[in-house]
Design a protein around this ligand. Sequence first.
Ligand SMILES: Nc1ncnc2c1ncn2[C@@H]1O[C@H](COP(=O)(O)OP(=O)(O)OP(=O)(O)O)[C@@H](O)[C@H]1O
Ligand SMILES: [Mg+2]
Length: 495
Amino acid sequence: MTDAPVLEMRRIRKTFPGVVALDDVDFELRRGEVHILLGENGAGKSTLMKILSGAYQKSAGQIILDGIETEIKNPRHAQTLGISIIYQELNLIPHLSAGDNIFLGCEPSRMPGLIDQRAIFQSATQALGSLGLTIDPRRPVKDLRLAEQQMTEVAKALSLNARILIMDEPTAALTEHETAELFATVRRLKEKSVSIVYISHRIEELFEIGDRVTVLRDGRSIGTYKVRDISKAELIRLMVNRELTEQFPKEREPSGEEVLRVEGLCTDSLKDISFSLHKGEVLGIAGLLGAGRTELARAIFGLDKIESGAIYIKGTPRKINSPRRAINFGIGFLTEDRKSQGLVPLLSVKENVCLPSLDKFSKWGVVNAGEEERATGRYVKDLRIKTPSLDQKVLFLSGGNQQKVVLSKWLCSQAEIFVFDEPTRGIDVGAKAEIYQLMNRLTASGVAIIMISSELPEVLGMSDRILVMRGGRITGEFSASEATQESVLQCALEQ
Ligand SMILES: Nc1ncnc2c1ncn2[C@@H]1O[C@H](COP(=O)(O)OP(=O)(O)OP(=O)(O)O)[C@@H](O)[C@H]1O
Ligand SMILES: [Mg+2]
């Protein structure tokens, strides 16, 4: 890292109707540095980077690239200036090969109009190889692991000669091992003097990979710090500006009453799953990516075909062959993939929250708008959903705040059994604690929760019992008092 700034953003302002997303933000990026952008959900991180990558136009302020004031007109213009962004939602085309994706739009050709497949293959191998990767560029992207897809995005950015690479929550869906792979790639990029802006809610990561960190709060820049000069506690304080409650405030007394029992459940990817769930209990499900945890949730919610086995709800065997039926039996499912399954982006916050519980708010077909308003308002307050009003379209909320809306939607429904798949993914540290408090309130009122999570501290901190899955089977069960990080991990890994 040298001290020369490749980029300066000065007094950047961005307003949307009813929202000041960025208020005079300064940001500076040096050659070969990894600069972390940190802030709560809705603080303005993605907006600042969307301005840099040409997706949004700033309302005011200056962008200075290599000392020259520059207007970034659109994403294509940003690319020609050497700025690339990797969104959390990847932008590759699933059925094309990795190589085709890398050179999409700028295919090497010997004759105009003719695409040279061999040249693509060679250049792609070279691009991937320069990152130390051994991905076969002929493989379709849909067959690659998520981390490999992400690396392909990085290779694509580099083939465009990116000097500034923006990564918006790149590790949110990666396993620990894949995260390590990505970090190795990031280090290699640094050596090539690429400057990187890195956004993540995992604070531990910034100490591993970051050089400097800029904290945003409510659309303002709070300051820029050298990572080695600042502590985690201090960063959290700068970010949230209030006292946080204890991280895992578990206070629970499950009653013995069984609300759900699964016996010998088999599906395409699950083998002989049996367990029970009790009123007021949080049952944690740990395991590595691909262990079958989400498949278990899908089966219980009627999304996947059950081949054999039985599901009992409050002692009665029930056939759950559609989500509709699952909801009727009092089951709620917070999916891991919120974008495609959780929200209707063009509807308002209020409409999304109240959607699955319309029955609750209407009598003889007449919706009680006041009730809806009150219920939604409470969740917006409890979970600190950042929105200018209850009528804002969900599309316009920040990523983390969209997730909080999905969560509210289910909390507001009358479900008695919840399946939460990665409930805090992409959620900032402050809001995490609030989600845990809400889980406590739910269990106190007799609700039972199955919580799938890849974050072991969260599983250990919030569960009363823990099941570990591997290869579609349950490979271990622990009570909260006997489980340790090591014992759970070993159970998840063992061959
Ligand atoms: N297109 C838009 N229209 C209206 N408001 C918007 C739009 N894009 C962003 N906002 C608002 O700007 C603010 C900042 O959002 P931004 O997406 O930058 O947050 P973020 O820091 O990336 O949060 P997260 O950690 O949740 O991803 C939010 O209040 C958001 O609702
Ligand atoms: Mg964001």
